[in-house]
Design a protein around this ligand. Structure first.
Ligand code: FUL
Length: 747
């Protein structure tokens, strides 16, 4: 029999003691525990299960699905990273409709929106007193416009929380002759905020910090943002740095103090509050522990590094820590290719199926889903993005809005829609059984631990259904934490059992629910061989389709046919049926899976470059024996060319085999290691493969954090047979160049 305990919120967070009696010692729950050198492995695990989220972190977890907005000069220049020297007039905004953003985000079921009030280019979207490099120097509303003010008002109207992204890297302050970033100014006591004539603050709080010019500038701006907008619920500090200067460091202890005082409800991303999941493509770990070991006390740590390992919080990792700290992951990705809006023709938008899948894996994998929707140059979300947000919202509601276990016999506390009540499982047989009044058809199961009071405990669990008079295991996964969504092929039964197979302490479960998501035709991917043959396959691996132990194709339980087009039109049931690999000369290929009962899947599309079979490599700077130059043009993005340490300027020349009329080229970076990505370069052509003329310069931003395929569209068509790609800047100031694939596009 399970022992049920209703937790009363009145006890307060700090003073709560665990009720589980697996160990003699009673210790309080805290968000950080120090590990003593005398602690045994059991003591460490006992501490780990008493690490719980702070009240702010817990609120942030409960938001589940939140929005990111990337907006600024890049929206107009179509760059991923600006250079800081953009004329503010390039931010040529004529109209702005933040209500339209909020309406769509709300429809998606999002709870918070975080906006880039200053991206790496240093351009500010609010009326700051401390710089002229921003919206005040643009033509928007005669220089009086303020995007953050509009968004704050819309958030209040639509009931959304607000967050701000303020980039520590600031290229305007780095590149301007009198810029403050890395100017080697003296660290001295400074009053924050600095008063500016004619612009008094209503909030009279004053801080006194020993900081340099750039930290003072940053703190002054934080003061404006946290006192004149909001309330602010998240402050997002990006670790990415296109450039650094003068050994500039950040006095985060001062930033932290100011944030704590002025935005007491805020969580801080990139610091002790919330951690990056480690990629920008919507990938999720199959086991995402939020109790993380640290070598230094996160409460006073100034520099937090990105935690990229697959395993961050296993027992083995915890044993190596000096502190155990609660730090939930945020899964951040963009609905579009790239973080900023570029166009509605070439820039791909994620499908509803894709976004819904990431939602299930991230929210259902113990993290928060932060989805970026970049507004367009009319200051609105584009129609396709709005459509996807609405559809995702409906899908989430239809799937998860109703618990099919309602009315079932089983632990009441886990079925009461109340996260604060919970059930303590028995140590001897840690399981929960639910019997429904009649058989239900399900393919999703949601389990939540009582993390706010009892931390993360479950290490492995399984779900069984009672079928033909016996228990049959239908899904298995590792940890649970705030939320685990199990996905499995549909099953009809009236009795279900959760079995905890391994746990750090007595399992304590707060909510359980069962759901049904109608099967969908699969998403599709294209694979092209060197001779131009294209295979269209159900997508399996891009996002790690098997992250929760399920087989997505088995899971589909659906008959479908794939239809495709090669002329740019939308594929329909009337389009040719895909049966076997097809020859594609180049250009656009679109495909869709349609089920027997007419469910239409997500349209996959790709612009395919010219076939590579006729091509050959003419010359190159150098090559690593394992990564030869021909791997840059072998139609296999898993292999890559790697040069030696020859410096930023390197090249590869290719004979395409015949003359082509090219409109663009794509660069696919290698993903094996983070080095040698081509940040900037020159495209050259030749009549004889020997004498080269420059035709275009190109630039790809944000490659280290987001090593995905990039396309550079030419300003006018290029007729060429002999092409040379020359790098002029390699990410991180690197000296070796890597290229997984080059593609040359005709239309
Ligand atoms: C990255 C930045 O460099 C990108 O531009 C974007 O803001 C993303 C959210 O973080 O690291």
């Amino acid at each position: 029999m399970n022992k049920s305990i209703l937790w009363t919120a009145m006890l307060g967070f700090a003073s709560i003691y665990s009720h589980a009696q697996v160990n003699n010692k009673k210790i309080p729950v805290k968000s950080t525990y120090e590990i003593k050198s005398t602690d045994s492995p059991e003591d460490i695990i006992w501490k780990a299960v008493h690490v719980v989220p702070t009240a702010n972190q817990y609120q942030a977890l409960k938001n589940e699905f939140i929005a990111f907005i990337h907006f600024g000069p890049n929206t107009f220049t179509k760059m991923e990273w600006g250079n800081g020297m953009e004329d503010p007039q390039v931010f040529d905004l004529k109209t702005l409709d933040t209500d339209q953003w909020c309406e769509a985000m709300k429809a998606a079921g999002m709870k918070k929106v975080i906006i880039t009030v200053k991206h790496h280019d240093g351009f500010v979207l609010w009326q700051s007193r401390y710089t002229k490099h921003g919206i005040m120097s643009s033509g928007f509303r005669g220089g009086q416009g303020d995007v953050l003010k509009d968004l704050t008002a819309s958030c209040q109207k639509y009931g959304l929380k607000l967050g701000i992204y303020l980039s520590p890297a600031d290229l305007f302050q780095i590149e301007s002759p009198d810029g403050l970033y890395g100017n080697l100014s003296e660290y001295m006591q400074r009053i924050i905020p600095r008063e500016v004539a004619g612009r008094p603050f209503k909030n009279k709080t004053k801080f006194n910090f020993k900081v340099d010019d750039y930290n003072e500038y940053f703190l002054n701006q934080l003061f404006e943002l946290l006192t004149e907008y909001g309330p602010v619920h998240e402050v997002w500090f990006d670790g990415a740095h296109p450039k650094r200067k003068g050994g500039q460091t950040y006095n985060y202890n001062a930033w932290r103090e100011l944030i704590k005082k002025l935005a007491p409800e805020a969580v801080v991303f990139g610091k002790e509050g919330i951690r990056w999941c480690g990629n920008e493509s919507g990938n999720t770990r199959s086991t995402e522990w939020n109790v993380i070991p640290y070598q230094e006390d996160p409460a006073i740590l100034q520099n937090f590094s990105d935690l990229m390992d697959e395993d961050l919080g296993s027992r083995e990792k915890l044993f190596k820590g000096k502190f155990l700290h609660y730090q939930p992951a945020e899964t951040n990705t963009s609905i579009r290719e790239g973080w900023f809006y570029r166009d509605d023709t070439h820039q791909k938008v994620r499908s509803t199926d894709d976004v819904f899948d990431i939602y299930e894996r991230s929210v259902g994998g113990n993290s928060t889903f932060l989805l970026n929707i970049p507004p367009n140059r009319e200051g609105k979300f584009s129609p396709e993005d709005v459509k996807v947000l609405h559809e995702v919202g409906s899908r989430i509601k239809e799937t998860y809005g109703h618990n099919l276990l309602r009315g079932a016999k089983g632990s009441k506390e886990t079925l009461d829609d109340n996260l604060e009540s919970f059930t303590v499982l028995s140590d001897k047989s840690p399981e929960l059984i639910y019997t429904t009044p009649k058989a239900i058809k399900i393919n999703r199961f949601v389990i939540q631990e009582a993390v706010s009071t009892h931390g993360e405990r479950v290490e492995k669990h399984a779900l069984d259904a009672w079928i033909d008079g016996k228990w049959e295991e239908i899904a298995q996964a590792t940890n649970v934490g705030y939320k685990r969504i199990l996905r499995f092929p549909e099953i009809t039964a009236d009795k279900f059992r959760i079995r905890v197979l391994a746990s750090r302490a007595t399992p304590i479960i707060s909510q359980v629910s069962a759901h049904y998501a109608p099967g969908r035709p699969p998403q599709l991917v294209f694979n092209r061989s060197i001779d131009g043959m294209v295979a269209i396959d159900p997508m399996k691996s891009e996002f790690g389709w098997n992250p929760h132990g399920e087989d997505i194709l088995k899971n589909l339980n659906i008959n479908y046919q794939i239809h495709y087009t090669l002329d740019g039109s939308q594929p329909t049931e009337q389009s040719p049926v895909y049966k076997q690999q097809i020859y594609v000369k180049g250009g656009q290929i679109k495909a869709v899976a349609i089920s027997a009962d007419k469910l239409i899947g997500a349209v996959a599309e790709e612009t395919i470059g010219i076939a590579k079979k006729l091509g050959q490599i003419l010359d190159f700077t150098s090559e690593d024996p394992k990564h030869s130059a021909k791997m840059a043009f072998d139609a296999d993005p898993k292999t890559y060319w790697q040069s030696n340490n020859d410096g930023a300027t390197q090249h590869i020349s290719i004979d395409l085999g015949q003359q082509y009329n090219l409109t663009a080229f794509s660069y696919t970076p290698q993903k094996e290691h983070g080095n040698g990505m081509m940040a900037k370069g020159i495209l050259k052509i030749s009549n004889d493969g020997k004498n080269w003329n420059e035709v275009e310069r190109f630039e790809f931003g944000n490659l280290i954090n987001d090593p995905t395929k990039r396309t550079h569209r030419f300003s006018k068509n290029i007729q060429a047979r002999y092409i040379q790609v020359e790098s002029t800047e390699i990410t991180g100031g690197g000296k070796l160049l890597t290229i997984a694939e080059l593609d040359f596009i005709e239309q």
